[in-house]
Design a protein around this ligand. Sequence first.
Ligand code: UD1
Length: 416
Amino acid sequence: MDKLIVEPSGPLSGEISISGSKNAALPILMACILPRGRIELTNVPHLADIRTSCKLLNILGCQTSFENGTVVVECGDLDPHAPYELVKTMRASVLCLGPLIAALGEAKVALPGGCAIGARPVDMHLKGLERMGATFELTEGYIYGSCDKLRGAHIVLDFPTVGGTEHLMTAAALAEGETILENAAREPEVADLANFLNACGAKISGHGTSVITIQGVPSLTGCEYKVMPDRIEAGTYMMAAPLTGGEIFLRDCPFHELESVVNKLREMGVGVEETPEGVMVRAAKELLAVDVDTQPYPGFPTDMQAQITTLMCLAKGVGTVEENIFENRFMHVMELNRMGANIKIKGSTAIVRGVDKLAGAPVMASDLRASASLVLAGMVASGSTEVQRIYHLDRGYERLEEKLGAVGARIRRVKG
Ligand code: UD1
């Protein structure tokens, strides 16, 4: 298994270009099952999860190619079986279930795996599809779903689940009649998927709000579509400047989609300035502790929780980080404490007391964003930090060591 060796870097300085969004590209790729004709997606990040999605599409009967950030998909005769070997590494692959039922009337999809952050069931996905007429059987780790023809329905989600909203919206695109999704997720990636489906001929409105309306259409066609930039990658690099006392310009940074993160950074004393080409981030004179609580969009993203915790480790005072989306999402805390941080967990809240310095150590995390927070910590810790199990990082950050290396970080990959 590869690992990263992170050495203290001093203030970072320079420019980083933000890649296309992983969390937008994945549901868009799963939605590619529906249209007939050639689909060309640009600004797709080179990540393990994208390659896994292409492999899954191939197994399901689609032809794919992935070069220079462009994925081309053309579906032939579909096969309804998504095998465990592919689905187990990536939770988003469950999003092929609804589209397969919509296209073929049946599907057999393994129950998903992915990052080890809590139980992460898919009950809301299944309940919503049932409201549209699908029936399910769960046996031997597989979901068997069927329905002659999905019908539009009025669905009120118990919680604004991101994947659930994306899944139901995609399936409803080809259902008979109108579907209304209430308490829908408002995340920008949901809106990006809706824009893609509309470019294929779907009739979706209200995306970006908590009520999404989908008028089913008989068929979808191919299109060319550019995936939105990755707000979580951008947010992660935003933390790197103040952490190291440096200045970084983030090209193609989606500023407005990061408002809650920008607000917290400004409260900490960090300079964040929007320009037409991107965002300039400047270190604080003195980094101040803040209170953060994760919420569905437009609240503070759970996917930025670990990274801001690292920043707060070196801030002045005591701050709190409350996790409200996932249980068991504090795996980075034990590791940060091993590096000299002073963090206590009370229920779903981490209480972070600022310390003067961190010290390098061998660390690992079984979650993508937790791993990123440890790389950030390593850049300011004294001595070497060895971040193990970086296949999680490779699932979500395109060329991380190269991008951070270009602004002065000292990060080396050791092949294992
Ligand atoms: C997506 C993102 C992930 C992000 C998360 C929350 C992708 C590929 N992943 O994950 O990076 O951290 O949104 O912003 O886009 N839940 C249920 N039942 C369900 C569905 C969800 O109980 O049927 C629970 C989950 O266990 C979790 C919460 O709802 O506690 C939020 O999950 P959800 O919004 O669905 O996240 P994902 O789509 O899995």
